[in-house]
Ligand binder design. Sequence first.
Ligand SMILES: Nc1ncnc2c1ncn2[C@@H]1O[C@H](COP(=O)(O)OP(=O)(O)OP(=O)(O)O)[C@@H](O)[C@H]1O
Length: 264
Amino acid sequence: MGAYNEPIITIRGLKKSFGTKKVLKGIDLDVYSGQIIGYIGPNGAGKSTTVKIMLGLIEQYTGEVKIFGQNISSGNVEYKKKIGYVPEIADIYDNLTGREYLTFIGELYGLDIDVADKKAEKLMELFSLKDVYNSRISSYSKGMRQKVVIISSLLNNPDILFLDEPLSGMDANSVMVFKEVLAELASKGKTIFYSSHIMEVVEKISSRIVLINDGQVVADGSFDELKEKSMEGSLEGIFNELTGFNEHKEIAEEIVSVVQEVEI
Ligand SMILES: Nc1ncnc2c1ncn2[C@@H]1O[C@H](COP(=O)(O)OP(=O)(O)OP(=O)(O)O)[C@@H](O)[C@H]1O
């Protein structure tokens, strides 16, 4: 845990509906500094909605969300300066070079342009992108873009990092480095909120796993704690069990039989 034992994020009775659809049905969560939270759940469970509320992107909700001890609906957006965000699909400016994009983001966070430039250049080098720092992002591969988004989320030295499927497109070596970076950041007291569908990774990197299903928290604990309460030995198995899914074989067989229906 960090310098003080107060939660860095507190969520109480968080509810959110879109029209008549209840998406979040009362989420309660206390997150402490240094935790890597694996925030998982089926498609449509409400993960992104929770994260968007914490980022201040969705303002209409009921319940209370405090970040760094401050209610985020107070109108004071100062807390955002100490947050990093890697969205699942990021729109980055294709026509800019890596340098232009990252110094622009750095300046938005209030960094001096030279400071942002130096930091971005060093990080690009460490992520094996030194040679393309001055090339247009439109020429980057998927994994290279993903690394640029990750670098942009780290420029402001955030205390809380929200990551949504951050490894997408990254090669095995880069994944290994990045997983280590997350562990190092957490050991320095940074808090990481990690949403992903890759259960093997979530199982390995998370100090705490929060599983939401249909807008409610259905499991909350370390992987070992979740395993003790379950008959399953893997996070994938626990996920299937707690979300009531045990038909993967039947569904797969049906898909294959539909695929085979057409005779050409
Ligand atoms: N702006 C919106 N307007 C209407 N419905 C929305 C909106 N945003 C999300 N939803 C609905 O809220 C539900 C939860 O969506 P959310 O994106 O939070 O799920 P998720 O858990 O992040 O899913 P995934 O794993 O697929 O990313 C879904 O049914 C989705 O259709």
